[in-house]
Ligand binder design. Structure first.
Ligand code: G3H
Ligand code: 13P
Ligand code: ZN
Length: 315
């Protein structure tokens, strides 16, 4: 389905190919409502950055897919940067098909909870359906579990992406990009102790899949201390949080990562700003008075990410 706008969405395959060549990465930002969408698109537009907007099954349920699509149409009409609309963590063929039929330009089939062979079968089915319709597909190999500091080599091998499997998986499925597990996890509590990613493994994966193949880093929020502080200073109780240090993204990008997923940092910015408004103005109950600053806080963090990932000026 094409969208009801003069401007269309771009498949992620095109955006990631360009990013790989230019050795920068695209942020993929999770959207759940109008304020998040406006913040992300305004940030991209101001910095002339291409964007990947991503929607999870939970977001589709929360906001209603029709509303989300109409909001994205409005975003296309009020900007001139390349924008992709991507399904985040699609768990089966049916949700991927619904999003492809509904106008998304990219989907993720997350078969990582299945066996290697089952993951190949389900991913291949999605790839066939998507490619016939010009839609890009991301898959996942390995598990994005939080791992302890002192994890053994065999435990690591069971969780992290195996380079040879990655090559075989891509050959057998024809998938356009691959999410890999090298030590990140979703949410605000990624590491106990020092933040560590397995860059040696990432280099081996890059070598195995080819230097022109785009890899995806999930669970890549940095959980900035100042955002956690803004939440905690205004009544939250977030303890022991830790994200991916920003300097690691440069290394990841040099090793084939072309898409970096960010949700948690947007949640922290939005929540912190709303909490601050409530604390400072307990008598306020006009939603525009707290959602406005919250939208601005999300826009600020997205602009920061765009610069860190090197996406500014690449539209
Ligand atoms: O990877 C998960 C994303 O942060 C989306 O989270 O399923 O709660 O919308 P969600
Ligand atoms: P974070 O929880 O680190 O923001 O990761 C988001 C993500 O990977 C969405 O798919
Ligand atoms: Zn994810």
């Amino acid at each position: 389905m094409t969208l009801c706008t003069s401007r269309q969405l771009v498949p992620t395959k095109e955006l990631l190919k360009k990013a790989l060549k230019g050795k920068y990465a695209l942020g993929a930002y999770n959207v759940n409502n109008m304020e998040l969408l406006q913040a992300i698109v305004e940030a991209g537009q101001e910095l002339k950055a291409p964007l990947i907007l991503q929607v999870s099954a939970g977001a589709r349920k929360y906001a209603n897919e029709t509303y989300l699509i109409k909001l994205v149409e409005a975003a296309l009409e009020s900007s001139d940067i390349p924008i992709a609309l991507h399904l985040d963590h699609g768990e089966d063929f049916e949700i991927c098909k619904a999003c492809i039929d509904g106008g998304f330009s990219s989907v993720m089939i997350d078969g990582s909870k299945h066996t290697f062979q089952e993951n190949i079968v389900i991913t291949k089915k999605v790839v066939e359906y998507a490619h016939e319709r010009g839609v890009s597909v991301e898959a996942e190999l390995g598990r994005l579990a939080g791992v302890e500091d002192n994890i053994s080599v065999s435990e690591k091998d069971a969780i992290y992406t195996n380079p040879n499997e990655a090559r075989e998986f891509i050959e057998k499925t024809g998938v356009d990009s691959l999410a890999i597990a090298i030590g990140t996890s979703h949410g605000a509590y990624k590491f106990k102790g020092e933040a560590k990613l397995d860059f040696e493994r990432l280099a081996e994966i890059q070598k195995a899949v080819g230097y022109d193949y785009p890899l995806v880093l999930h669970g890549a929020s940095s959980v900035p201390e100042e955002l956690v502080k803004m939440c905690n200073d205004n009544g939250a109780d977030i303890k022991g949080s830790k994200g991916v240090p920003e300097e690691m993204f440069t290394q990841a990008t040099q090793l084939g990562v072309a898409k970096i997923n960010v949700d948690t940092d947007l949640r922290l910015a939005l929540t912190g700003a709303i909490r601050k408004c409530f604390k400072e103005n307990p008598a306020e109950f006009d939603p525009r008075k707290y959602l406005g600053p919250a939208r601005q806080a999300v826009k600020d963090i997205v602009k920061h990410k765009i610069k860190v990932f090197g996406t500014d000026g690449k539209a």
